[in-house]
Design a protein around this ligand. Structure first.
Ligand code: IPM
Ligand code: MG
Length: 356
């Protein structure tokens, strides 16, 4: 019996289809050279689902993802759907999908490729060697808290965390830290918010089971500043949903472009693998998007969901090699570029390297 994998594919909106196509190109090249088979099952979510079915997360998708070994996802959203009622917006589809899939742990590695130290807006000596893993809680906090309401003269959301929710994400962070530099920095706003105080106390409890791991705490405002001041002080950053959303965007710029950073959303069952960036409607359809974040997400999928670590290594090495050779999409273009490439040219180059 060969290794047969069933991969759900949600291309989404904006640049989503372009970047996912390149990841599939690379996966196909790899399956030929590594001897596994992938069957792809395309599903709708986000704006394209609204256009086709009237809702951002059709039942078919909810059922479909459960039958896959993993799901590869591009990006959703765009101005076309911005004025819809909240529960009908593309973003609501993504949040509902994360909740349905139970993907409470969002892993967002922020690494700086040596080849790109000059591409960052920060000085090379500040970013060279940065290797941070942001562990973001993904299915709780203010994104999902009740009550929430938009009224005529006021509006509110609620930041809620239960003990179970904090514990399970803390375990993920400590387990990851054990395989890295054994340092966890838990980010909260415990000087102001009860929910953060509770978060901190719960994390301290979990930490007792990991005496080898050094646990520190940081307020989120300070963490935003420290990420820019001295990012190398961080190993694993453990944080809640909205703080993780914000800090991971900030961390992405250490690397030179948000178009480089992948993510894995894992939890109870099937995982969701997606770039951390959005659908970039302003450049959609022009063939200039950077597919590396999505190709990297495919690498995380191979490693975490399919246990194909060797194939994942091949992708990671191919990305480094392409950068070392000076192949750049426009977002990285100005820096040490030998050649400015289109989205599909980068896909071709990575596919060629992984086939060898
Ligand atoms: C992300 C995105 C999403 C989020 C949006 C599109 C709902 O910004 O994955 O970081 O806020 O989680
Ligand atoms: Mg975000």
């Amino acid at each position: 019996m060969g290794r047969n994998y069933k991969i759900g594919v949600i291309k989404g909106d904006g640049i989503g289809p372009e970047i996912v196509d390149e990841a599939i190109k690379v996966l196909d090249a790899l399956s030929a050279s590594e001897g596994f088979n992938i069957s792809y099952h395309e599903m709708l979510m986000g704006g394209s689902a609204i256009d086709a079915t009237g809702v951002p997360l059709p039942d078919e998708t909810i059922q479909g993802v459960k039958k896959c070994d993993a799901v590869l996802f591009g990006a959703i959203g765009g101005p076309k759907w911005d004025n819809l009622e909240r529960h009908l917006r593309p973003e609501s589809g993504l949040l509902a999908l994360r909740k349905e899939m139970g993907t409470f742990a969002n892993l967002r590695p922020a690494i700086v490729y040596d080849e790109l130290v000059n591409a960052s807006t920060l000085k090379p000596n500040v970013v060279k060697g940065v290797d941070i893993m942001v562990v973001r809680e993904l299915t709780g906090g203010i994104y999902f808290g009740q009550p929430r309401e938009l009224e005529d003269n006021r509006a509110y959301n609620t930041m809620v965390y239960t003990k179970d929710e904090v514990e399970r994400i803390a375990y993920v962070a400590f387990e990851i830290a054990m395989k890295r530099d054994k340092r966890v920095c838990s980010v909260d706003k415990a000087n102001v918010l009860e929910v953060s105080q509770f978060w901190r106390e719960t994390v301290i409890e979990v930490a007792k089971e990991y005496p080898e791991v050094e646990l520190t705490h940081m307020y989120v405002d300070n963490a935003a500043m420290q990420l820019i001041r001295n990012p190398k002080q961080f190993d694993v950053i453990l944080t809640g949903n909205i703080f993780g959303d914000i800090l991971s965007d900030a961390a992405s710029m250490l690397s030179g472009s948000i178009g480089l950073l992948p993510s894995a959303s894992t939890g109870k069952g099937v995982g969701l693998y997606e770039p951390i960036h959005g659908s970039a409607p302003d450049i959609a359809g022009q063939g200039i998007a950077n597919p590396l974040a999505t190709i990297s997400s495919a690498s995380m999928m191979l490693r975490y969901a399919l246990d194909e670590g060797e194939a994942a290594d091949k992708i990671d090495n191919a990305i480094k090699k392409s950068l070392a050779q000076g192949y750049r999409t426009a977002d990285l273009g100005a820096y040490d570029a030998k050649e400015i490439c289109s989205c599909s040219e980068i896909g071709d180059i990575i596919a060629k390297y992984v086939s060898k």
